[in-house]
Write a protein that binds this ligand. Structure first.
Ligand code: ADP
Ligand code: MG
Length: 245
């Protein structure tokens, strides 16, 4: 008997409530990602996209709801449990250790792996980004902002995650580098890795994703396949609702 059906959700978020102190930001978010699926989470600034990713990776406590990942309940506010389960979170803004060499930044991302595995994973991640590989011994601070963002994505890959969470990976990137990151996402999907992508570049995100959710004021206002013919009109309504509602 198969352990899980191929169409089973890898990630299932139900009724997620989260916020900051007494401020409730997410008012019951439902969201699912299947294995090997690229899902994009869109929405205006302040809609709560980053908050969804933080609650998911355990960086923020939950005020309610449940998260199942790979068939098991994911405990709240436990970043190590999320990492162990196979969730890698590339946070907003290219946060890398600027004083350390590029290669060391990647080795640090695999801090809990054994030496040989860790080195192999670093090579694997560098193979995706030749311009980083060529400069592996230079300090990360010598990279452009866009290249630092690529390094942040590469750090996520070192963990060979089952689900990669990307928070606005295109921010500060030139169009060429944006396309490079999106190409990596396509390859990851082909390898069975699922991706939850928060993006401001709506067209680019829709171009790479299988499904889309739109968030407005901490609520899901749209869920659709990216090839749905009425998607542009529905997305426009979702965004207008955020402005006028
Ligand atoms: N550290 C924080 N403390 C208090 N409020 C916050 C904090 N971070 C975000 N918020 C608020 O939570 C809401 C959602 O923010 P966020 O999830 O970052 O939105 P998005 O990523 O969609 O732009 C916003 O109103 C924002 O001001
Ligand atoms: Mg954000």
């Amino acid at each position: 008997m198969p352990i899980s059906a191929p169409e089973a959700d890898l990630l299932e978020i139900r009724g997620l409530v989260a916020g900051y102190g007494k401020i409730v930001v997410l008012h019951g978010v439902d969201l699912a990602v299947r294995q090997g699926e690229v899902v994009t989470l869109l929405g205006a600034n302040g809609a709560g996209k980053t908050t969804v990713l933080r609650a998911l990776s355990g960086l923020l406590p939950r005020g309610g709801g449940s998260i199942r990942f790979a068939g098991a309940a994911l405990p709240p506010a436990d970043p190590r449990a999320a990492v162990r389960a196979g969730i890698a979170h590339v946070i907003e803004g290219h946060r890398v250790f600027t004083q350390l060499p590029i290669a060391d930044n990647l080795l640090l991302a695999g801090y809990d792996l054994s030496g040989a595995t860790r080195r192999a994973r670093v090579e694997e991640a560098l193979a995706e980004f030749p311009e980083l590989a060529a400069r592996r011994h230079e300090r990360a601070g010598a990279l452009s902002g866009g290249q630092q963002q690529m390094l942040a994505v590469a750090q996520g890959l070192v963990r060979r995650p089952r689900l990669l969470l990307l928070d606005e990976p295109s921010a500060g990137l030139s169009p060429v580098l944006v396309d490079r990151v999106l190409t990596v996402l396509r390859r990851l999907r082909a390898a069975g890795v699922a991706v939850l992508l928060v993006e401001q570049l709506i067209e680019k995100a829709l171009g790479v994703a299988d499904r889309v959710y739109a968030l407005a004021r901490g609520r899901v206002v749209l869920e659709a396949a990216t090839d749905a013919p009425d998607l542009p009109a529905r997305l426009e309504r979702a965004y207008l609702g955020e402005v006028s509602g």
